[in-house]
Write a protein that binds this ligand. Sequence first.
Ligand code: GLU
Length: 302
Amino acid sequence: MSVPPPYRGRFAPSPTGPLHFGSLVSALASWLDARAHAGAWLVRIEDVDAPRTVPGAAEGILATLARFGMHADEPPVWQSARSTHYANAFDRLKAAGIVYPCGCTRKEISDSLLHAHARHTTLAYPGTCRSGLHGKPERAWRLRVPDGDAALVEFDDRWQGPQTQNLATEVGDFVLRRADDQWAYQLAVVVDDADAGITHVVRGADLLDSTARQIYLQRCLGVPTPAYLHVPVVTTVDGEKLSKQTGAQALDSAQPLAALHDAADYLGLVLEGGPAASLAAFYTAATTAWVRRVASLVGTSS
Ligand code: GLU
């Protein structure tokens, strides 16, 4: 029997603003899961999307994590320094003949989706440029997804339970290289997780819908699929994901313990002995509570 690789987890914030309560919940969950497995915890700054990156935000996030007592086991990785790795992976997919240039504008795609919706069919990218650019200029590059049963991706999420997505009917051929010449998040995250030897991904459930695409890309690139756990996303009263755009406040770095207790409450963690008086005591009690919480969930793996 082969021995599983040692646990390596990560927190991968996008530096679009300061760390807020929603991102603290994801950071805490990934940190506790790594501690519960006596594993390594890494931080990756997801600044692949240069237009959305806010100068200074990454440094602020790293400083806040340190203030909250979450210290990465290795120096942080910055996506902006890794474009050659994305280009190499892309070239391999291109050589395999499974990516193609797409000339569709957003408007053309949304028009055709509206049309499809009116006929009660799929909302996935309709594959317009699969057969060529039809005289349009090249804009983005897409990965061709399979049809039929091969399009079904199944995985067991450790928090959310069994998941299935049909890539052909629910997503369609998806973008790896964007029209604005940026590498797409889906490609970057798969290449980065594989290069870092990540064995466990713990993040917000807003990314549950991206996971099947990432698993499919892992298969295309011949890299391992990590275990996934998606924690519930913190939303505003209107049900929108808490983010800078929806008015999330930066965390009060002067009160790390109070914010950490709130984040633990949000995750449904019941700390033995009540509120902790120090960061060290908090993390010890929260790790035990995390193990109990995950064991009580629908997912089957640990
Ligand atoms: N950068 C993403 C975010 O901040 C997280 C990506 C991931 O964990 O895979 O929402």
